[in-house]
Design a protein around this ligand. Sequence first.
Ligand code: CUA
Length: 157
Amino acid sequence: MHKYEKLWLSVGTASLALFLIILIITGLHNGHKPAASGRAYVNSDKVEQIEPFNKPGLHKVYGKDYDYELVIVASAFNYQPGKIEIPKGSKVKIIATSKDTLHGFSLPGTNVNMMLEPGHISEYSKTFNHKGEYLIICNEYCGVGHADMKSMIKVVD
Ligand code: CUA
């Protein structure tokens, strides 16, 4: 019995130490990481100054496995840019974040359904093969204007 107790005590201590080490490493990592390079985190207070969110909109890219980046900044209760036109057949990488609170970015009838958390960058790639209009809706409750938080993607020839 005594042996097992000792064993469990050391396992417990080791896990605790490991946990603390992970916490410290994660803390240091976040603190020192330049916000824009990793594309996983972004300082939500300075979204407008940080690439790519300083230029919301559709941007042609070259040498990647997609044709455009669509940069979206959500805030209560709208999306930037307001109007989006995408040439039919384009593969688009949607890169989005929120400036204030939790929002959604959903295109009903498609697979696009993201949560936009302040401080985090959400990404999703989609090829728009069909001409038409896609409604963008916020599907996370975000306050009094939630129900009106909508936008539109127009896929054009
Ligand atoms: Cu934004 Cu609900």
